[in-house]
Design a binder for this molecule. Structure first.
Ligand code: NAI
Ligand code: MG
Length: 487
């Protein structure tokens, strides 16, 4: 555990150089565990973002990047993975101070970030096209070329993981990137930029421009010289940036969160199930796009499952991320108030608070943005706490009678990101897996340790496009067909 309290000073990374904002502006970043100042960070202006995009454009076409072999690109990504691992403890501590998450979660996030670079390093020299047989006298083949300059706007909940998730496949494909981290937690995204430079990635190939959403984020999404946009965040902002990109015919990958169900049948291994269900909602204090925020439990198992869940939630230690508790704080006062507001709404709608529902009483936590692990029972599917993403440690519990009703309830959502199914009956598991409209289904597990290799993305309003796994490359490449007629 580190006790360091020095305030950090951070620059933008543009064209391989660490620079201040063009107008000298900065913003403050706070440690949500204590509300104290963690860092002062250069605040990118519209001009800075323009410059970053221009530098990515130049780098994209440079000899140093476009002129090297895919194998060499892969080796650079391997070095980034190693660079992340070499600094793992420093990065994990920084992530915990910036975001508030428990140290062991940050350590996992850092290893997952390294895995993204390692995984995509291995594919850099295997991005192949086809030959297409159209008849005698023709040779037809396809090439998968880099799509160009990739703009990436990421949130504060998993900065190093989500940063790596988008940057690694983009670089593997030969793209250049401009990354805008979230104003609430920009620190480890900047470290990724530094590590890439130290790993021999040419200047300008990977730029990092921390700043405000409506300024730097909007400037990036609307820049006419980007070729692709990857966005993770709220539906509201997702719609805004997709419209900006549409003005320039720029394709978007959208990851907009969810209200993911964990469906628990009475025949499930209840100890395994309750550990999985609990972790799916309380990991990262519920601030996870794929959080299992709805528990759908077969009525006859309700009592047994709920008793175990309550016991677990009550035993959880809440505290500062760097002290490695079971659950850290919420990212900000604003987000904490949103979570509190939802619990109030749920109560008003008739939900019953089984445990939690407020800020912890421990006075030593008074200056941080903490909220207790919260279980809401008797949640009807039409309640707002069942329909809307809370993004906090609040689980909404609803019962069902049979497979039919479980599937119907699971699908009664505007979202469709992830679902968990817990049962020993393969028939129930596969019936649900085929009927639930989500991008990922897990059976008797949830999340699979980062799931670097597994395609990830939304149905419905959870978004479109796929990240992670080999599927991710589709977003960072474009297909050129070459048709040759010969005599
Ligand atoms: P947000 O959607 O405002 O922020 C995400 C990113 O978009 C940040 O980098 C932000 O700077 C940027 N951004 C904000 N306004 C922008 C604009 N006008 N143009 C371009 N970029 C812009 O998310 P916020 O406000 O931090 O959280 C609000 C809610 O969004 C949460 O309560 C949660 O429900 C959801 N959310 C979902 C996430 C996910 O993983 N899918 C991550 C973060 C938030
Ligand atoms: Mg916002």
């Amino acid at each position: 555990m580190t006790t360091t309290t020095e305030t950090l000073t951070e620059s933008l990374i543009i064209g391989g150089a660490r620079v201040g904002a063009s107008d000298g502006g900065t913003f403050d970043v706070f440690d949500p565990s204590s509300g104290s100042l963690l860092a002062t960070v250069a605040k990118a202006t519209k001009e800075d973002v323009k410059r970053a995009v221009a530098s990515a454009r130049t780098a994209l076409e440079s000899k140093a990047w476009a002129g090297i072999t895919p194998a060499e690109r892969g080796r650079m990504l391997q070095r980034i993975a190693q660079g992340i691992r070499d600094r793992a403890e420093e990065l994990a501590t920084l992530e915990s101070r910036d975001n508030g998450k428990p140290l062991r979660q940050s350590r996992t996030d850092v290893q997952v970030a390294a895995r993204y670079f390692e995984f995509f390093a291995g594919i850099a020299d295997k991005i192949m096209g086809h030959t297409i047989p159209i008849g005698p006298g023709y040779l037809d083949y396809t090439l998968r070329e880099p799509i160009g300059v990739s703009a990436q706007i990421i949130p504060w909940n998993y900065p190093i993981q989500i940063g790596a998730r988008g940057v690694a496949p983009a670089l593997a494909a030969g793209c250049a990137v401009v990354l805008k981290p979230a104003e609430d937690a920009p620190m480890t995204a900047l470290r990724l930029g530094e590590i890439a430079l130290a790993s021999g990635v040419p200047p300008g190939v990977f730029n990092v421009v921390p700043g405000m959403g409506p300024e730097a984020g909007a400037a990036l999404a609307s820049d006419p010289d980007i070729n692709q946009l990857t966005f993770t965040g709220s539906i509201e902002v997702g719609i805004l940036v997709a419209k900006m990109a549409a003005e320039n015919i720029v394709p978007v990958v959208m990851e907009l969160g969810g209200k993911s169900p964990n469906v628990v049948f009475a025949d499930a291994d209840l100890d395994l199930t309750v550990a999985g269900v609990s972790n799916a909602i309380f990991q990262n204090a519920g601030q996870t796009c794929s959080a299992g925020s709805r528990l759908l439990v077969e009525r006859k198992a309700h009592g047994a499952v709920v008793d175990r869940l309550v016991a677990r939630a009550k035993a959880m230690r809440v505290g500062p991320g760097v002290s490695d508790p079971d659950m850290g704080p919420i990212i900000s006062k604003r987000q904490l108030e949103t979570v509190e507001g939802y619990v109030k709404i749920g109560k008003g709608e008739g939900a019953e608070i089984l445990t939690g529902g407020m800020r912890p009483s421990d006075p030593s936590l008074g200056s941080g943005f903490y909220f207790e692990p919260t279980l809401l029972d008797r949640v009807a599917p039409d309640m707002r706490v069942s329909r809307e993403e809370i993004f906090g440690p609040v689980l909404a519990i609803t019962t069902f009678e049979d497979v039919e009703e479980a599937a119907e309830l699971a699908n009664r959502s505007q979202y469709g990101l992830v679902a968990g199914v817990w049962t020993r009956d393969v028939n129930k598991a596969l019936a649900l897996a085929s009927r639930i409209k989500v991008g990922q289904v897990y059976v008797n597990t949830y999340g699979a340790g980062g799931g670097v290799e597994l395609p990830f993305g939304g149905y419905k309003k959870s978004g479109y496009g796929r990240e992670k796994g080999l599927e991710a490359l589709a977003s960072y490449t474009q297909v050129k067909n070459v048709c040759v007629k010969f005599a």
